[in-house]
Design a binder for this molecule. Structure first.
Ligand SMILES: *Cc1c(COP(=O)(O)O)cnc(C)c1O
Length: 397
């Protein structure tokens, strides 16, 4: 791709283009097969061309794509009902992306306090290393200077505190605080799981202070940790939750879930979307849930995760000059690197395997939840090989 690109130059793209995929495998335009353990950034949770998703999409494509939310969308109601039954939530708003699900979550929290007679309570506490999207409000929520710089005044109302520091969090709460927003496992920040006790402490603080607890499960949710949502491991529930990425298995969609109480300010006319929840997206979303809610699916994720994590830990032991630590939960794993993370990602490209770099010098391993034992075996083999070639010269094997 040497001719000038007509695209915005916002991405430094690898010089690979893909043509088709099947399961955990994806084939480039030259016919080379890659093991896809990046999943298009935790999106392709059921791998590529999953037969049930393909069949559902084909069938719906021939029937009806779009009607808008001016009318009832039965598949939207059905998907919302299923999400409500599977979670803490009573209410769902469907969006086209993660950032829009986050925007809805932020608006819902602010509107709750407004409806409660406290319009002054609009500020949201977030955490260092967070990522919540690329809209103007969500870059302010994420608080990363590199995403905020040059885009005019930062959207007001976000206060950032250090990761896993309860005293700092408590000190940041004022009479204007509306909510606390956190990713139960930071994704872009470098696969940093929030200690489960800290999540429980946040629930307690929110209850004591009358704040709403918002979870961003856009990356860590939808089965990735071996439960439908990552916060379930802590045994507590949020008031509001943003979901996206895996929810459509590659079809662009997201959702904001809330309790009835938390959603009480979201009355007719205050929020909307043209595409969100359209029949095509909802058909696919329901098909994704068919697979994820099937008996034994999440248990299978936990089994595979254990094997993958153990394998990665022993690779890290053998190649301490390349990989410092394996972190993460379920099939959301990170290799904290000693070498630059991009060097390992590139070496894995050379070994025909896709992974994704993240903050804190981490390489993300985000396999399809449908990966087979054989896929995992091959992944470990390729990571070992890549680590070995980056080790050479450091006395690694
Ligand atoms: C990807 C991501 C987002 C943004 O989702 P988009 O679909 O890219 O808008 C927000 N929060 C988290 C935790 C994410 O991983």
């Amino acid at each position: 791709m040497t001719e000038p690109s007509p695209l915005f130059e916002t991405y430094a793209r690898a010089d690979i283009a893909f043509d088709h995929g099947e399961g955990s495998w994806i084939v480039d335009t030259r016919g080379e097969r890659y093991l896809d353990f990046g999943g298009g950034i935790a999106v392709s949770a059921l791998g590529h061309a999953h037969p049930h998703l393909v069949e559902t999409l084909r069938e719906q494509a021939g029937k009806l794509w779009h009607t808008s939310n001016l009318y009832e969308v039965p598949e939207q109601r059905r998907l919302a009902r299923r999400l409500v039954e599977a979670t803490f939530a009573d209410k769902v708003f469907f969006t086209n992306s993660g950032a829009e699900a986050m925007e809805c979550a932020i608006k819902t929290a602010r509107r709750y306090h407004y409806a409660d007679g406290h319009p002054e309570r609009f500020r949201i506490i977030t955490f260092e290393g967070a990522f919540h999207g690329r809209t103007l409000a969500t870059i302010a929520a994420g608080g990363q200077p590199k995403y905020i710089e040059g885009f005019g005044p930062k959207v007001e109302g976000f206060d950032q505190v250090p990761f896993d520091d309860l005293d700092a969090l408590k000190a940041a709460i004022t009479g204007e605080t509306a909510a606390i927003l956190i990713e139960p496992i930071q994704g872009e920040g470098g696969i940093r799981p929030v200690p489960l006790q800290f999540l429980r402490d946040l629930r307690t603080v929110c209850d004591e202070e009358g704040l709403l607890l918002i979870f961003d499960e856009i990356q860590c949710g939808m089965g990735r940790t071996g439960k439908l949502f990552a916060h379930e491991w802590a045994g507590i529930e949020p008031d509001i939750m943003a979901v996206a990425k895996a929810i459509g298995g590659g079809f662009p969609m997201g959702a904001c879930l809330a309790t009835e109480e938390a959603a009480k300010g979201m009355i007719p006319g205050v929020h909307g979307t043209t595409y969100g929840g359209n029949p095509l997206a909802m058909a696919v979303g329901n098909a994704v849930l068919d697979v994820m809610l099937a008996d034994g699916f999440l248990e299978g994720v936990r089994d595979k995760a254990l094997r993958l994590k153990q394998g990665l830990a022993s690779i890290a032991d053998r190649h301490p000059y390349v990989i410092e630590e394996v972190r993460g939960e379920g099939l959301m794993l990170g290799l904290k690197c000693v070498v630059p993370n991009t060097a390992l990602v590139k070496e894995l490209y050379a070994n025909h395997m896709l992974t994704v770099p993240a903050g804190d010098n981490v390489v993300r391993i985000l396999p399809p939840l449908t990966s087979t034992d054989e896929d995992i075996r091959i992944a470990l083999e390729r990571i070992e090989k890549a680590a070995a070639s980056l080790s050479s010269g450091h006395g690694g094997r």
